[in-house]
Design a protein. Structure first.
Ligand SMILES: NC(=O)c1ccc[n+]([C@@H]2O[C@H](COP(=O)([O-])OP(=O)(O)OC[C@H]3O[C@@H](n4cnc5c(N)ncnc54)[C@H](O)[C@@H]3O)[C@@H](O)[C@H]2O)c1
Ligand SMILES: [Zn+2]
Length: 700
């Protein structure tokens, strides 16, 4: 078969090397399937194989099923992600099965069937594989198959398209009973090559890993071709109603609205945002059918678990003037209130006596016609994945509508999945959020010693970071370091000159587009010039004041604008210097600029207090490690001022301190974290010296 809609990735040479190891072949096949998102969505689906092994308890031969365990993604599946169970024991659970009301209790019993002691916890889909007799089985969530599975005439279409060779099992929550239904479908339809699960996905199988792979690809290709033939020449989603704003203007509009949306979505918990103006999204959100299809909600459980039952459509024109936050909020707040009310009603009408408490009622997916889609979640990865899943849902709606009409899952069924006790238990097992989870941080000059140290500390504590500097090379190497350590969901970069308003605004736009907004702004960028007054040029003076004082002012001004749009407070931390308080020789420009930074911090603290924006100062001293400042003339200048050599500086500074300590970038980072970590929330206008103790620098 010639595949046009799926990727055929099987490599004979690679497969040949593991041809005697069925489990290795299962992992190989799973990775190939997971590499093509058209075959299954991220984290979706599972695969299995059954092999004969020696039972360590009896020494006799027994059949063992290896199946993807709970969690993880097919694309990166390893042996440690598989559960291995005695097939016979799993099947014998029918003897103790008390009926569909009690099927959740079966999950604990799966553990009694475990063969391999290194097994991952068996997932809820385990019986779906266990009750089918086939050696290799794929369960996938391809958009093309779900489009058929979620359409009004899905059963009929499946029957005709595959001439009865694909069975049909109507929507049912995954679990023990669905396993029995699959077996029943096979018994009633001998010779079928797969089963379509209504509103859910696909089961396909084969005698070997390769046959199973080919069967899955062929069935999905056929679904996709059928849908394409029906889409061709038709207007999709009832035709276009709204025209997108063009290119750069669209992005600017998105950046402008994002912090307002983030503020509203974070009424219970700080959320991180993601934005996309993918053309598949624009086609849907600009269409006539948007208002009919979006409220119906998504169908595949995987989709709505990530995206919530339905998105919120923003009542704004693409060209809407967004400059007056208050008036935009007055348009949006009633929509949010209505959404939360709708969600609470859904919860209250569907809940059972033992359901977990209602979760955050704010929307996850926000659609702005003509602009794009915003998603908000507890971290960037979750927000990004929610966005990808809503694109899957759009693909499904498009396909369903082309071949028949789209149907979503009944609300009660959606609720039973969303508030499933097993799903709740999974959420409870997740690691607790870190101190700065859900926060976005911009530290100026973060390619430098102290700035990078602060950014790292904040990322370690769960924050998202906008790395920025005016030194492109240093910024690139900081980005490389962050990519290796934290990955792309934790940071993004921006080239910023703190004396240039345009680049500052662009950096905050990046923060808004990439993460939804900003929480913590750290003014750290700086240079230093140490000269006696007679050598100090006007140019030196202006440079110092431009970067240190005006830079701090401009960055704060631009950042606070964003904080105010969000409306939930925030933090400004200014990295000043002991030199703001202590007088010494050859330091007129730098020292007085630092003093100006310090007083500016206090003035800002006084002004921003009513908006719950706190402004605090950290005064470092003698942080020599990794500092560009210390690599230059500054060190020579200071050494000269004290009558010592450059090499003698670190020990000179340490000895000069009350605690006799060398100060590291991490020490400054820890002080910044202390300010925002949660224990000092009622402090503003404060100064923390991190200098090993210099009596002359004590704050009076
Ligand atoms: N290192 C110390 O001993 C010490 C002591 C007291 C105060 N400080 C202050 O700490 C801050 C950080 O210093 P560091 O030691 O990490 O120095 P650093 O030179 O390693 O880092 C400063 C960073 O700011 C960047 N920068 C300079 N001008 C900029 C501009 N116009 N726009 C954007 N970025 C710019 C630099 O490229 C550099 O990456 C500075 O404000 C400094 O005055 C440092
Ligand atoms: Zn599934």
């Amino acid at each position: 078969m010639n595949f046009k809609n799926v990727s055929y990735l099987w490599n004979e040479h690679d497969a040949d090397k593991i041809k005697h190891d069925e489990v290795a072949l299962l992992i190989y096949r799973s990775n190939l399937l997971g590499a093509d998102l058209r075959l299954t969505n991220y984290g979706g689906g599972n695969t299995s194989c059954k092999v004969i092994s020696k039972d360590p308890l009896t020494g006799s031969e027994t059949e063992v099923m290896w199946v993807k365990g709970s969690g993880g993604d097919l694309g990166t599946l390893k042996k440690s992600g598989l559960a291995a169970l005695y097939t016979e024991r799993l099947r014998s659970l029918t003897n103790v099965y008390r009926g569909i009301e009690h099927e959740d209790e079966m999950v604990a019993l799966f553990n009694h069937c475990i063969f391999d002691l290194e097994s991952k916890a068996p997932s809820i889909d385990t019986p779906l594989h266990g009750f089918l007799p086939f050696k290799h089985i794929d369960h996938l969530h391809p958009d093309a198959a779900i489009a058929i599975a979620a359409s009004k005439d899905g059963e009929q279409i499946t029957k005709e398209l595959f001439s009865g060779k694909i069975g049909w099992v109507g929507w049912q929550k995954p679990g023990f009973d669905l396993g029995l239904q699959l077996k029943k479908c096979l018994d009633e339809n001998p010779g079928i090559r797969g089963i379509m699960l209504g509103s859910h996905g696909l089961f396909t199988w084969g005698d070997t890993a390769y046959e199973c792979y080919i069967n899955s690809l062929e069935v999905i290709e056929q679904c996709a071709e059928f849908i394409n033939s029906k889409i061709a020449g038709k207007t999709t989603f009832g035709g276009q109603k709204i025209t997108s704003l063009e290119g750069i203007k669209r992005i600017e509009q998105a950046a402008e609205i994002a912090p307002i949306l983030r503020g509203l979505c974070s009424s219970q918990q700080k959320m991180i945002g993601h934005f996309t103006d993918d053309e598949r999204v624009l086609e849907f959100i600009n269409s006539n059918d948007l208002s009919r299809l979006a409220p119906m909600g998504t169908s595949c459980p995987d989709h709505f678990l990530r995206t919530k039952i339905s998105p919120l459509i923003l009542p704004l024109l693409p060209t809407e003037d967004l400059s007056d936050t208050a008036s935009i909020k007055s348009k949006l707040i009633p929509e949010f209130v209505a959404y939360r009310k709708m969600y609470a009603e859904y919860y209250n009408t569907c809940k059972h006596s033992n359901s977990p408490a209602i979760r955050d009622a704010n929307p996850v997916v926000l659609l702005y016609p003509g602009i794009g889609m915003f998603t908000f979640a507890k971290d960037k990865q979750t927000a990004r994945v929610a966005s990808e899943f809503y694109i899957n849902a759009i693909n499904v709606m498009k396909g369903s509508e082309a071949i028949s009409s789209y149907t979503s899952l009944p609300r009660q069924e959606a609720f039973n999945i969303e508030y499933w006790l097993l799903e709740e238990a999974k959420l409870q097992r997740m690691p607790k959020p870190k101190a700065l989870s859900g926060r976005v941080v911009l530290v100026t000059g973060s390619a430098g010693g102290i700035g990078k140290g602060i950014s790292k500390k904040f990322a370690d504590e769960g924050a998202c970071v906008i790395l920025n500097d005016n030194d492109q090379n240093r910024l690139n190497s900081a980005a490389e370091e962050f990519n290796a350590k934290y990955g792309k969901d934790v940071f993004t970069t921006a080239l910023v000159d703190v004396t240039n308003k345009e680049t500052i605004n662009q950096a905050f736009n990046t923060a808004a587009l990439y993460f939804g907004g900003i929480d913590i702004i750290v003014n750290n960028a700086g240079i230093s010039i140490s000269k006696p007054v007679e050598d100090h040029t006007e140019k030196d003076w202006d440079l110092l004041y431009d970067i240190l004082v005006k830079g701090q002012f401009l960055v704060t001004q631009s950042g606070v604008k964003l904080l105010r749009k969000q409306g939930f407070g925030g933090d400004v931390i200014n990295i000043v210097s002991k030199n703001a308080l202590v007088s010494g020789p050859n330091n007129a420009g730098y020292g007085s600029a630092k003093a100006a930074q310090l007083h500016l911090s206090r003035l800002n603290a006084a002004e921003f207090g009513p908006d719950k924006i706190r402004v605090n100062t950290v005064n470092p001293d003698a942080v020599i490690s990794d500092s560009k400042i210390w690599a230059g003339d500054w060190a020579a200048g200071r050494a000269k001022a004290y009558g010592i050599t450059v090499e003698e500086l670190p020990s000179f500074y340490a000895k000069r301190t009350l605690l006799n300590e060398i100060i590291l970038p991490e020490d400054i980072a820890n002080a910044c974290f202390a300010i925002v970590g949660g224990l000092l929330n009622k402090s503003t206008g404060n100064v923390i010296n991190v200098d090993g103790g210099v009596a002359a620098g004590f704050v009076r």
